[in-house]
Design a protein around this ligand. Structure first.
Ligand SMILES: Nc1ncnc2c1ncn2[C@@H]1O[C@H](COP(=O)(O)OP(=O)(O)O)[C@@H](O)[C@H]1O
Ligand SMILES: [Mg+2]
Length: 487
């Protein structure tokens, strides 16, 4: 299988990408969360810083800001605690004086909104403008100066000045490099390896199934290797394997059936051409003799030759008709017209039809029945074709001056009509083969007058009528019984 297109490679790439995204997201979220946490912690710690400064450093004297004390404090803080910067603002937020180096201060005023939010307590962790930058915001502490009813401005203390920021960011990088990134990279690597191993194990079974399928199709659907590893787990892969196994078995059996059917068909064609050739050759022979030796033959001989040729022609026609009928029945082209009818009435009609031929053959035909008006469900004319075949067979095989018996026996589900004659029994082993096309029992094999299609046609008809046909021997002859469903 192509390396890059294989399921395993795709899964592996997917997993690597997923873990990478997780790693980046995790780092980013963690960084933001940590920063926020540190900022809030800082603000909590220094909430009252501005107020305390005013009180501790006596920045307000007699209700006025003490400029000197303020200057001193600024200087002190610049040196002692560079992590805070102190600004004195007027009531509009304009910077009046500050502790920071004037060169680094970028703004001349800061927004009053966060200051008011801080003082009123509306927001717990507001971020205020950082005068050292045009756009950055910082945690802060603020108080009105002088406090009381008439404040003149604000003491605005920005937490974490720039120097502190730089220091912290360095420490931060170190921290991440040591604690966070490495352990995370390690766990992602372990996850990746574990994932790759699991994918390999899962896709291994899929690869095995796909290999077996490949082998099967390469062998023209002939060789299916039985599963070597029986998976007790009923997961989807095992199911695919099972389903495919069933499919393969089915394909194989259908293929075998097709090959068998094809063989039968070839045999049939060979048989048909052979059986057609005999009467055809005979017919052509007589016609040719007539043509060549017409003048040498007496009128009586000519008449005889013509008669034989005509008989062979008729036999040929009859065989072609039978073959056509059989193949139409097999192809289900003949659709039976099912209707309720009384078989007994049909039997009386048939006896009428055969009366003359029976008398000529010196045979008699009797009808027996258990119920007078029982209805069967079927196609009358197709059913009559079956009885014709059976009666004609019986007439051929009946002992001289014997009796042919037609009997009706009804049960709860079906009506059985049997045709029996006295005569030679059929070999028990041959009883089931009688219904195959072109089958002629041994005793008759020399007689090529009959094609051996009558019983095959009869069975096809009975199947199309949802009935059945059976042959068996009696003490002194043969009995054929056909069953039709009751109406
Ligand atoms: N009543 C019967 N008694 C003995 N043999 C029979 C009888 N009916 C049919 N058979 C055997 O079954 C074979 C097949 O019958 P059938 O399909 O009608 O073909 P065909 O009549 O053309 O020989 C016959 O050749 C014969 O050997
Ligand atoms: Mg027959």
């Amino acid at each position: 299988m192509n390396g890059f297109k294989s399921l395993y490679t795709r899964l592996a790439f997917g997993l690597i990408l997923l873990l990478f995204v997780i790693g980046v997201l995790y780092t980013a979220l963690n960084t933001i969360a940590t920063q926020r946490f540190v900022a809030q912690l800082n603000q909590d710690l220094h909430r009252t810083l501005a107020q305390n400064l005013v009180a501790d450093k006596n920045l307000v004297a007699q209700g006025k800001i003490d400029e000197a004390a303020l200057k001193k404090t600024f200087q002190q803080y610049m040196v002692v605690n560079p992590s805070i910067e102190i600004y004195l603002l007027d009531l509009e937020g304009k910077l009046l004086s500050y502790s920071a180096d004037p060169d680094v201060v970028m703004r001349s005023r800061v927004s009053l909104e966060p200051i008011k939010a801080f003082l009123s307590g509306v927001e717990k962790y507001p971020l205020g403008d950082d005068p050292r930058s045009h756009d950055k915001q910082k945690s802060f502490s603020v108080t009105e100066v002088p406090s009381g009813s008439a404040p003149e401005g604000y003491l605005y203390v920005v937490l974490r000045g720039e120097q502190y920021d730089a220091l912290e960011s360095m420490a931060f990088q170190g921290f991440w490099a040591l604690a966070g990134l490495w352990s995370m990279a390690l766990s992602l690597c372990v996850g990746l390896l574990a994932g790759l191993a699991i994918f390999y194990w899962l896709t291994k079974r899929l690869r095995r199934v796909s290999r077996r399928i490949e082998v099967f199709s390469e062998s023209d659907f002939k060789s299916w290797s039985a599963s070597e590893i029986s998976d007790s787990s009923e997961d989807e892969i095992a199911q695919i394997e099972q389903i495919f196994e069933q499919m393969a078995a089915r394909i194989q059996s259908q293929l075998a059936a097709l090959i068998d059917k094809d063989k039968q068909r070839r045999q049939l064609v060979a048989q048909v051409s052979h059986d057609l050739r005999t009467p055809l050759a005979s017919m052509l022979g007589y016609i040719e003799s007539l043509k060549i030796k017409r003048n040498k033959l007496s009128a009586k001989e000519q008449e005889k030759f013509l008669e034989v040729a005509y008989r062979q022609g008729r036999r040929l026609g009859h065989m072609v008709d039978s073959l056509f009928e059989l193949s139409s029945l097999e192809a289900k082209e003949i659709k039976p017209q099912l209707e309720p009818f009384v078989p007994l009435e049909l039997l009386f009609d048939i006896r009428q039809k055969y009366a003359i031929r029976l008398r000529e053959a010196g045979l008699s035909l009797e009808i027996e029945f258990d119920q007078q008006g029982a209805f069967a469900m079927g196609d009358v004319s197709l059913f009559e074709r079956v009885l014709d075949n059976l009666i004609e067979n019986a007439m051929v095989h009946a002992a001289t001056s014997s009796q042919i018996m037609l009997r009706i026996e009804s049960s709860a589900e079906s009506i059985g009509v049997s045709v029996s004659n006295q005569g030679e029994l059929i070999n028990e082993k041959e009883l089931s083969s009688l219904f195959d096309p072109f089958y002629r029992a041994d005793s008759q094999s020399v007689d090529r007058r009959h094609a051996g299609l009558g019983l095959a046609i009869s069975r096809q008809i009975m199947e199309s009528l949802e009935g059945s046909i059976l042959a068996s021997n009696t003490v002194d002859g043969v009995i054929f019984t056909v069953y039709l469903p009751i109406a």
